[in-house]
Design a protein around this ligand. Structure first.
Ligand code: SF4
Ligand code: SF4
Ligand code: FES
Length: 249
């Protein structure tokens, strides 16, 4: 197991309770780092450590506070007398379907996920979402058959499952929204013409010579090309063009 890293800046320690047991941890740590500091080892329930993968959903209460709080262990900083437990996985119904066969219609979603209509509009899902996704709003959009709106509202979902853990309607909101995004992205949204042209060019062999040339290079030459490549400046506008058009068609 890795040795816990204590922050360089001197800090005080605070008491937290993990599954009922008390630990003293530096007050600047995230829940994830505090758990490791306390001696726990992450084998599951931890992925990106950057607030993206949704693997580290955590529930906690604070001393003297009746409310249940939620957060991502890799993003939430510990607080004194926090009583916490991680829920790395929450069982959720995910329908089976053949994406090629399924029609991009609201009825397809209703058929696969009839529990959608069990929503009682309690809004518990939106309140726990660590990504501030308006879960009730995308569920309502799905019920109206507005796939595009559901896709847009749920765009920041990281599939952590916290909304499902609180749902009075017992549905897995995030799986339903994922189906909506797949249908919209794969079958309903207008195709990007420039992307289609690039795909056609690749399939037509426009870059075959360049690729063959790259394949003959050694590691050092590859690194040189990579580090010396021309890059678009961070603050450029749409008028920016590369000085060299080699490799472009
Ligand atoms: S919508 Fe649900 S699964 Fe997605 S990030 Fe929010 S709480 Fe997590
Ligand atoms: S928690 Fe479930 S029942 Fe409540 S608003 Fe969200 S989807 Fe509807
Ligand atoms: S470890 Fe990926 S979101 Fe926390």
């Amino acid at each position: 197991m890795e040795t816990a890293v204590v922050p360089e800046v001197a800090t005080k320690t605070i008491p937290i309770f993990v599954m009922g047991k008390k630990y003293e941890v530096p007050d600047t740590l995230t829940i994830m780092k505090a758990l490791e500091y306390a001696g726990y080892q992450y084998i599951r329930g931890c992925g990106c450590r950057g607030g993206i993968c949704g693997a580290c959903a955590t529930v906690y209460r604070k001393a003297g506070d009746y409310k249940i709080y939620t957060g991502l262990a890799c993003q939430t900083v510990v607080e004194p007398e926090m009583y916490l437990a991680q829920i790395p996985f929450y069982p959720a119904n995910r329908a089976s379907y053949d994406f090629e066969e399924i029609e991009a219609t609201p009825e397809s979603i209703f058929k696969l996920y009839p529990e959608l209509f069990r929503c009682v509009a309690c809004n518990a899902c939106s309140k726990v979402c660590p990504m501030d996704v308006e879960v009730l709003d995308y569920v309502s959009a799905l019920k109206r058959g507005d796939i595009k709106a559901a896709c847009e509202i749920s765009f920041d979902c990281i599939q952590c499952g916290l909304c499902t853990s609180r749902c009075m309607g017992e549905m897995a909101q995030y799986h339903i929204a994922q189906l909506a995004r797949r249908l919209y992205g794969g079958k309903l949204a207008p195709k990007a013409e420039h992307l289609q042209k690039m795909c056609d060019d690749i399939e037509g062999g426009a870059f075959d010579d360049e690729l063959a040339k790259v394949k003959t290079l050694g590691v050092d030459d590859m690194k040189k090309i990579y580090t010396e490549r021309e890059m678009e400046p961070a603050m450029s506008d749409e008028s920016w063009k590369p000085a060299s058009s080699v490799g472009l068609v």
